[in-house]
Design a protein around this ligand. Structure first.
Ligand SMILES: [Zn+2]
Ligand SMILES: [Zn+2]
Length: 66
């Protein structure tokens, strides 16, 4: 989990970017056509880790936007 201090520093970085928090949220909510999970469940390489108590059973290792 992200520590509060890390969260604040990350938040400050994001607020300097030319991107709104709602755009960012939309980005992470885009679903994957391989496994049906949202972008947020996939790591930086595109591998899906599944949702909290449900691992991804599709073996998705490349996020593919719907
Ligand atoms: Zn998945
Ligand atoms: Zn996926």
């Amino acid at each position: 989990m992200l520590k509060k201090s890390n969260y604040i520093s990350l938040h400050n970085k994001i607020s300097k970017l030319d991107i709104s928090m709602s755009d960012l949220t939309e980005y992470f909510r885009v679903k994957c056509s391989n496994c049906g999970h949202q972008r947020i469940t996939h790591d930086e390489l595109g591998k899906c880790d599944g949702v909290m108590n449900k691992p991804c059973n599709s073996g998705c290792d490349k996020f593919n936007p719907e």
